[in-house]
Design a protein around this ligand. Sequence first.
Ligand code: GRF
Length: 199
Amino acid sequence: KKIAIFATGSGSNFQALAVAAQSGSLNAEISLLVCDKPGAFAVDRAEMLGIPALVISPKSYPSKEAYEEEILQKLTGLEVDMIVLAGYMRLIGPTLLNAFEGKIINIHPSLLPAFPGKDAIGQALAAGAETTGVTIHYVDEGMDTGPVIASASVKITLGETRESLQKKIQRIEHSLYPEVLEELLNGNEEAVQWEKSVH
Ligand code: GRF
């Protein structure tokens, strides 16, 4: 199967998926990185990994529809089967949702439905939560609202800082995302209804 990964920022999850695909532990081809932020580190990673990148700024288009139409054309041309969001800081609109119905997934750094939206890690710390985690879910028109596929929990320990918590969460993301995607591509939807916990 052919995958397009959408990222806005650092792209560490994009890299984890690409490395898994290149090493064979993920049986997929990462055909394209779509990045909506020129200069993002994800684009440098794509270059290092030898993966084509579509760097596309929504500001250059008259509407979200026109922006997504341009992306859709590229994805169609490459015969992409699935869209994997990895730190893409934008809601997916009807153009892409309709074209890839049930074929867009996202990873979010909290146990949804807790702490959706921006800065989920900061939200969990500010709320004094004892546990947070990572959720992989299908994407719908809402913000972090689609059906959950898999989650992993992370304990927030005494003296936890944003940096230490982010590190724990990212470590889990980088193993969970390729693993879950592999199961989905194999049609093992039930197999990924698991929960993990890390202390
Ligand atoms: C990840 O923590 C992901 O859960 C969230 O955005 C972050 C992206 O990090 N949606 P990176 O760009 O993959 O390093």
